[in-house]
Every structure is written in C-alpha cells, then in structure tokens.
Design a protein around this ligand. Sequence first.
Ligand SMILES: Nc1ncnc2c1ncn2[C@@H]1O[C@H](COP(=O)(O)OP(=O)(O)OP(=O)(O)O)[C@@H](O)[C@H]1O
Length: 297
Amino acid sequence: MTRTPAPHDKPVLEINALRKLYRAGSLFSGKQIAAVDGVSLTLDAKPQVFSIVGESGSGKTTLARMILRLVEPTSGSIRLGGRPLTGKDSDRINDFEFRRLVQPIFQNPFEAFSAYLPLDSYLINTAKNLKVAEKTTDGADVVETALRSVGLSFDRVRGKYIRQFSGGELQRISIARALIPSPRLIVADEPVSMVDASLRMNIINLFKMIKEETGVSFVYITHDLSTAYYLSDSVVIMNRGRVVDAGAPQEILADPREAYTRELMGAIPRLGERWPEIEKIKAEASGREAEPLRARA
Ligand SMILES: Nc1ncnc2c1ncn2[C@@H]1O[C@H](COP(=O)(O)OP(=O)(O)OP(=O)(O)O)[C@@H](O)[C@H]1O
C-alpha cells in the first residue's frame, strides 16, 4: 500500500455531553432510559485505534450508531475534523461528505453486502457512488488497492457472491469496502465477534497495519478487553451509558480506577487463555521469544 497519510490538525472526533434517551416500558409509561448518558471524549488528530469497551447494554452500540449518524442524539454534539456532524449548523457535514469521511464495519459481514450482486460489482459501485473512481479506470484500480490492503485481490472476488466466502474473508472484504474512499475514521462495532476464533487476530492485526499505512483512525467497539488492550492507543470503559474509566490500555489495566473495570477484567472468561496468545503474536512480530505475561490485575 502506498497511500501517504494526509496530515490533519483538528481532532478526528470530538464528542461533547452526548445523550440518547429511549422510551422504556409501554407507550404510555413515560419512563425513559439513558442508553448514552453525557459522554464526552476526543480522538486527537494522530491516527489511532480508540476502543469503547463495555458489557452488553452499556451503551456502546448506541454511541457508535450516533457517530455513524444512524441514531439521532437527544442532546450533546459530535464534531468530525472540527466540523459538526449533528445539529443544524450551516457548516454541518453533509451526507455525501460524511460517507467519504466515516465508514462503518459491522458485526455480521454477511449483512454488509447484497446477496444478489457479485462482490466486484458491489465494490465498484461503492467506488463510483463515492466518486473515488478515476474516470479512466471505472474504479477497478481503487478497489484493487483496497482489496490488496486486506490481503485479497480483484481476481479473488470477480464474479463471486457472498455465499462463496467464509465469514473471515467477508469481514476482510468489508474492511476493503470501508477503505475505498480513504476515510478519516472507521467505526467498527464488534467486528470480530462473528469471525472464527482462529481468524480473529488476523483481522485485529489488519486494523493495526491499516492504521499505520493509511493514517485512518478506528473507533473499535467491543466487549472484549483483551483485544482492546492489544489493539488500542486509547480505551474508554462504558457502564450504564457513562464513561467510567479512560486512558491508555496499559494504564487502565495496571490500575483500574473503577470496580466495574476490575469486574470486566475478571468477567472475560478466556482472558487467561488469550493473553498469552497475544503475547505470542507480538513476539512473533518482533522476532523474539514470547515472555511470560506479567499480570497486573
Ligand atoms: N431502540 C431502542 N429502544 C429502546 N431501548 C434501546 C434501544 N436501543 C438500545 N436500547 C437500550 O439502551 C441500552 C444500551 O444499549 P446498547 O445496544 O447501546 O448497548 P451495548 O453496550 O451496545 O450492548 P450490546 O453489546 O448488547 O449491543 C440498553 O439498555 C438497551 O436495551
């Protein structure tokens, strides 16, 4: 991959006092639940993986969906590269700009594509719709570059439908789709929870590599503190709609401020098994022997 990261000075994302209230109970009960309750956070301009970690029901998907403009906030604001994503400001990022700047990756890669369109056509249409195709090449070159970024090629997908791919391959193709417009931010909501365990680290490593090579930042939404620890530059822990802990992953895990974070660390059933796996992968990458894990919990 040869694309040079574009320099940016404004924060990728600034979220201020964001809230989302949903009605709870019957239509007439008048009760409300705060799925997201006053969340503020900033991703500075540096390319990074920013993880949002929490148990089921903590509000992380609602937060991700507000960043993706799929859910309207009840109050608060979101800015991208210094410009509003929310509200009625005349400077608000329009829908076309938004799709060029922010791309999603969802949990279920089979839902990310049409079952009736060959994947090469789907990807080329994406390039055309986002107006990133060169006039002379109909988008095939952009799609090829994106597919190569995830270890695939145009030939591999040509004329094939989603049923001809495994979940892991399809998730890689959906990462390639997200890369087509060279976005500034990718929001990945539980992107490996439906992928075969043996392929998870493969995808997680792809995120790291793509961040370094293209300069895109990731918001990584997960319940899995171990992959967040391995992958992230920063982590926030969410509980009941609020951010209860935030910082570099090493800081959080070495000295969890909140009982909830400690619970989350203890509640990951395979933490003990998977961390040595991560240490082994890190060691392989750096060409040294895996060191025994120094537990901090
Ligand atoms: N459309 C909705 N209507 C009513 N309540 C909702 C809606 N969406 C989410 N909620 C509630 O908001 C809270 C946060 O849900 P959310 O899906 O954001 O959490 P989560 O941490 O992503 O959980 P999961 O990992 O299970 O998706 C939960 O109590 C959920 O029941």
